[in-house]
Design a binder for this molecule. Structure first.
Ligand SMILES: [Mg+2]
Length: 383
């Protein structure tokens, strides 16, 4: 790597420049190694992975954060707005893709904060929308009464008038060798059981049907087909307008779906759609990441921080680096979170500019995650 060219853009913000916090200290056998006073949060899509394939240099960059014994040398986690599967499953998938051992605690997805809402809805019926296994995610979080929108919609004849024209096969149909959609048995009375809340866990697959069904649920007070009533709560795991996948140009994300749903709902209902979006750039996501970082097992013989769990790790970390590809999400969020966050923007995803992003300038712009890790380790005296 050409160090000089890779770090062509360094935003001048002297107050937030990270200090060398761990440099040149020698670890003697009679003393446990000090816990690094810095941590790293990596976005995934467009930084480490594109589609299902690791971005060149990403596995090697992450391996530098492990000790020879395989333990974490530097506390780091993945802070993604993506999701659709349980954190434990995503950790296994990432471990295989990147060739490192990733703990489930290191994976923070857009829907991870939904966990904190499980007690609020307790036994109430909630529907989970999105690709992957949205209902399984919610069940793991402690929600007791969850239906995926696929299953929920299947109970209502004619709720999607276009379904006869949809000739595609779902993954489950392919796996089961089925040619026709298989309706679940009517083991519950969804016609009288009010939907208490709707959660968009991951990117919706069938936008048309999901907009129709959510409009039915939300404008009827949770009982599709009934008269207009008070809207149940609606939650989105993120509000990303676009993201970088395999296709050369950006793809429409959950934020685009939210805009479509909101525009239509507001035309057919007297009251404007009410909703809550989680995920980056919400500063609370970054505060939670600080807390998780401070509790990660790191550096053998050093106890993780055991303070009050409601206290963030701000006093523990002098610097936390956010490495992301999306200025409006990763960089904006780190900037809003403030100290101790330091933002690094890569050119491997949504951002492809030569200089810094004009609207959400990062503290540092680099070509790729390898350059980002190299900068961090040099800055912290690890190389
Ligand atoms: Mg990204």
């Amino acid at each position: 790597m050409r160090f000089s060219s890779a770090f062509a853009v360094l935003r001048c913000r002297c107050k937030r420049r990270p200090s060398v916090s761990f440099s040149h200290r020698r670890c003697f056998s009679s003393y446990p190694p000090p816990r690094p006073s810095f941590g790293i949060a990596f976005d995934i899509d467009g930084v480490l992975i594109r589609g299902q394939t690791p971005i060149a240099g990403a596995p090697e960059a992450l391996r530098r954060l492990y000790s020879d014994s395989g333990g974490l040398k530097v506390p780091f986690l993945f802070l993604t707005n993506g999701g659709g599967v349980r954190e434990s499953k995503r950790a296994k998938e990432l471990s295989l893709q990147l060739g490192i051992n990733i703990l489930h605690q290191q994976v923070l997805q857009g829907h991870t904060p939904f966990k904190d809402l499980a007690n609020r809805f307790k036994e109430g019926l909630v529907i989970a929308v999105g690709k992957g296994e949205p209902a399984d995610v919610m069940l793991e979080y402690g929600f007791k009464n969850v239906l995926s929108i696929d299953e929920y919609a299947s109970y209502f004849d004619g709720i999607d008038p276009l379904s006869p024209y949809k000739t595609w096969k779902t993954r489950s149909m392919i796996d089961k060798g089925e040619k026709e959609p298989c309706k679940p048995p009517h083991t519950r009375n969804v016609f009288s059981e009010r939907v208490e809340a709707a959660f968009v866990v991951s990117d919706p697959v069938d936008w048309g049907r999901d907009i129709q069904v959510l409009c039915d649920v939300l404008r009827s007070g949770g009982l599709p087909g009934r008269e207009n009533s008070h809207q149940p709560p609606l939650f989105f795991a993120n509000d990303d307008l676009e993201y970088q996948a395999v296709f050369p140009t950006n793809r429409l994300g959950m934020g685009a779906y939210r805009i479509a749903l909101e525009a239509i709902f507001n035309r057919i209902h007297d009251n404007a759609l009410e909703y809550t979006c989680f995920g980056k750039p919400n500063p609370s996501v970054f505060r939670n990441a600080e807390n998780i970082l401070s509790h990660l097992p790191c550096c053998p013989n050093v106890e993780p921080y055991k303070g009050n769990s409601t206290i963030t790790g701000t006093h523990l970390f002098k610097t936390i680096y956010m490495v992301g590809d999306n200025p409006a999400v990763d960089i904006s969020g780190a900037r809003q979170a403030g100290h101790p966050w330091f933002s690094i923007l890569t050119r491997t995803g949504v951002f492809k500019g030569k200089e810094n992003d004009p609207q959400f300038p990062a503290d540092l712009v680099v070509d790729n995650v390898g350059d980002a890790v190299d900068y961090i380790l040099r800055q912290e005296g690890f190389v």
